[in-house]
Structure formats: structure tokens, C-alpha cells
Design a protein. Structure first.
Length: 413
């Protein structure tokens, strides 16, 4: 019960966002949690109750001065870190180019990973190459880690003749069999229970394949999230369940998705070890995912992770965040910019420089531009060519049902 403005008691409360357009956003300054604060329990013997502090705190490795420390430091070599930085930069530049394509009518719709680049990239780098990936639309970066060709990704977004799903999916709803990367469904959240099911199948077959999946803060208010957690709790399959708390679900603030301030701790009620991690800290993300993967390999079941971050850009090309939040919120975010933080860390350890960084940006820029030009030779939204209409009817059913066959004949394709 909350007291209303008239002094009476209201039988419910309707949360609202802490800051609205015109307000000054204030997240309380630098993180209070420090890199060495939390121990790294043995992943094989760890029980859910031992992760109480990890679910309520924040696992960090990179400090505000860009040094790396604490038990969660994955001790990655500089080469691996530079690889991670390069993929994050590629994703950011790729996203910017795709948004320009959308704004000039060359593709219909787009969603950027801006501010969240470290998530899919660090977490996928911590996995084995044949682990299953069940992303939301905010983790296309996993495909860079698995080596997908950019031209093929752009062709999908356009839905042109070289689109590997022949225009059957919305842009950014990538699917890529060779990379074990499974397409999201547009109704958000379905990937959670699918991921748990696939992980159960891996365990049943005795494969050493784990499954990773992500959904957003807003989506975690749906039943699919809880069904997934419950099956994971009961059957203990090798699955890594991430809730990406980026503060917003389009225009709905994350405090409408959970009663508390915390998403990670909800996993404890399902008896699943639960961690909360700085989602803009490449090293911490890599480390928690390795930890979860070790549990999966040892047959210890699921790990639940809240990835704490901020959606720096608009929800999608159809959204205008200036309508519902202050324009400078991202600049106030204590987690900073994930790409810049890894870059600064590399500079600090003497493995990188501003000059090398500028060269890399230029190299990626021209790679993306070349991929974009090549993809457009297979067709763009404005002028085609498009996949033939007959593809509406092919590659879905092995035995085409009579009514679909009838529709195909009616269309005459
Ligand atoms: C079942 C369902 N309801 C609503 C929508 C429309 N929708 C698409 S994305 C989205 C917001 C999801 O926010 P969140 O889960 O926080 O993920 P984020 O976009 O922040 O990564 C909504 C409401 C949808 N696609 N499916
Ligand atoms: Mg969100």
C-alpha cells in the first residue's frame, strides 16, 4: 500500500521512470561496487545460496581507472582483448551504416546494439564454437565472433535475393545455421524456453554443447522467462540465462518489469546460481560466462545472469527516445562506454594506442562500406530485386499441406 498525494492509501502503485525529458539524469556517480569486492566461488561446487552477494552486488573487473583486478579477472592476453575490441568496433560501425541505409530507404527497419556491444561479443568469446546461441535482437555481435560474413548479414537485413532466409524474417532477426545462431521470434521472450529445451536435449544426448540465451528487462516480465527458469531449475540443463537490464523496454522503464531494483536475484528463488555483472565491462562479462560454461560442462546445470547496462541508442529505427527520457542519460551512466573502456584498458597496459585505434576504425569503415556496396548489388529495398514470390511456399514444410499448395496454385507461382 502506498500513500497517495491526498493522504489516503492506494491499494497499488504504478512505478514511473526516475527521469523524464527535461530532468537531469543522476545515477549516483561512480559505482560503489569495486572489482575486488566479490569472490569467485568454485563453479563446480557452487550452490545457489552461495551467490546471494553476487546476485545483489555487481561483478566488475575493470575499475574506473581502467585497471583490471580481483578474483574475476579472466587474465586474457592482449591479443584476445584486441580481437574483442575490434569486433565491438566492427559492430558499432556496422550498426551506424545500417541505420543510414534505413534512413535512406534501402532497408525497412533496424535495431542497433549501441552501448551493449560488449555483451554478445565477450560472452560468445567465452563459449565453445558449437555452443547454441539463442539471442534477442540485441546480440547480433555473436555472429562476428563466429565469423559470419558481413555481406550475408546485410543481405538478410535488406531481404534481397541473397538473404539466407529469403525475406521471411524481419531485419535483424538473423539466423545462421553454420554458426549455431538461432533466429529470434518477434514475440519477445520465446527464445528463453527454446534455449532451455535445446540444453535439455544436449544433456539427454550426452553432447558437450551448452546453450546461451538473452532477453531484456522488459521481456523478463513475461511468462516465457519464468517457464524457462523453472525448467532450468528442475532439469538442470547446461544453459546460461541472461537478463540484459538496459534500463528500458522501448519507452517503459525497467522498474515496471520487476518489483525490486534487481533482476539477478530472481534466479535464487529458482535455486539457480545467480550473478549480476557490469554489462559494459568486457572482462567481467567474459569471466562470468566462462564460469557459467564451466558449470555447464561439469553437469551442474544453469546459471542466471543479470547483465547491468544502459541502452544508449533508440530502441529501434521506429523509436524516438527524446519523447520519454533525458537526452544525456547515457553520458551519465556510471558504466561508461564499453568500447572506450576496453580501449582505455589496452592503452593502460601498453598494448594499444590512439594511432592504432584510428587506423583500425579506418580499416573497419572501409570493410563495412565494401560489404554494403556488395550487398546492394544483390538488391535493396527501394529497387529490388527481391526473392521470388514462390519462396513464400518453399523451405518451410517438408510435405507441403494441401491448403498451402492450394494457395500457391492460386497465386500461380
Ligand atoms: C510479446 C511481445 N510484446 C510486445 C512486443 C513489442 N516489443 C518489441 S521489443 C519490446 C521491448 C523489449 O524490451 P526489453 O525486453 O527490455 O529489451 P531491449 O529492447 O531493451 O533490449 C516490445 C515491447 C513484442 N515484440 N512481443
Ligand atoms: Mg531493456
Amino acid at each position: 500500500m502506498t500513500e497517495d498525494s491526498r493522504g489516503g492509501l492506494e491499494p497499488y502503485s504504478v512505478p514511473t521512470a526516475p527521469f523524464r525529458p527535461g530532468d537531469e539524469a543522476d545515477f549516483g556517480g561512480a559505482w560503489k561496487e569495486k572489482p575486488g569486492d566479490l569472490s569467485r566461488p568454485d563453479p563446480v561446487t557452487c550452490e545457489a545460496q552461495e551467490t546471494h552477494k553476487h546476485a545483489h552486488g555487481l561483478i566488475r573487473v575493470l575499475d574506473d581507472d581502467h585497471s583490471a583486478s580481483g578474483e574475476w579477472n579472466p587474465q586474457l592476453n592482449a591479443e584476445t582483448l584486441i580481437e574483442g575490441l575490434e569486433m565491438m568496433m566492427r559492430l558499432r560501425i556496422f550498426d551506424d551504416r545500417m541505420m543510414k541505409m534505413q534512413r535512406t530507404g534501402k532497408l525497412s527497419f533496424y535495431m542497433r546494439s549501441f552501448g551493449e556491444e560488449a555483451i554478445a561479443i565477450a560472452q560468445t568469446m567465452a563459449l565453445e564454437k558449437t555452443d547454441w546461441i539463442f539471442p534477442s535482437y540485441r546480440q547480433p555481435g555473436a555472429q562476428f565472433v563466429r565469423g559470419r560474413d558481413m555481406v550475408s548479414m546485410i543481405c538478410h537485413c535488406i531481404g534481397n535475393t541473397e538473404d539466407n532466409v529469403r525475406g521471411r524474417q524481419m531485419p535483424v532477426h538473423y539466423t545462421w545455421k553454420e554458426g549455431y545462431f538461432i533466429s529470434i521470434s518477434s514475440p519477445v521472450g520465446t527464445q528463453f524456453s527454446q534455449a532451455v529445451g535445446v540444453a535439455m536435449a544436449s544433456a539427454y544426448k550426452g553432447d558437450d554443447q551448452a546453450t546461451i540465451t538473452w532477453l531484456g528487462d522488459g521481456t523478463s516480465a513475461q511468462g516465457d522467462y519464468h517457464y524457462g527458469l523453472n525448467f532450468a531449475s528442475v532439469f538442470k540443463p547446461p544453459v546460461i540465462l541472461n537478463v540484459v537490464n538496459n534500463q528500458w523496454a522501448i519507452s517503459t522503464h525497467r522498474n515496471v518489469a520487476t518489483g525490486g531494483d534487481n533482476f539477478a536475484a530472481r534466479g535464487l528463488a529458482y535455486d539457480i546460481p545467480s550473478l549480476r555483472v557490469d554489462g559494459n565491462d568486457f572482462l567481467a562479462l567474459y569471466s562470468v560466462t566462462k564460469w557459467a560454461r564451466e558449470r555447464a560442462s561439469a553437469g551442474k546445470g544453469a546459471t542466471h545472469i543479470e547483465v547491468y547496462t544502459y541502452r544508449a541508442g533508440a530502441h529501434s529505427s521506429s523509436d524516438d527516445p527524446s519523447r520519454y527520457r533525458p537526452g544525456d542519460e547515457f553520458n551519465c551512466w556510471p558504466g561508461g562506454d564499453p568500447v572506450d573502456r576496453l580501449k582505455q584498458h589496452l592503452i593502460k597496459i601498453g598494448a594499444w594506442s590512439e594511432e592504432k585505434d584510428a587506423e583500425l576504425v579506418e580499416k573497419i569503415d572501409s570493410e563495412v562500406m565494401a560489404a554494403y556496396k556488395e550487398a546492394c548489388t544483390y538488391g535493396d529495398l527501394a529497387s529490388g530485386p527481391y526473392p521470388p514470390s514462390s519462396t513464400i511456399f518453399t523451405e518451410v514444410y517438408e510435405n507441403v499441406p494441401w491448403h498451402v499448395q492450394e494457395q500457391r496454385e492460386e497465386l500461380g507461382v
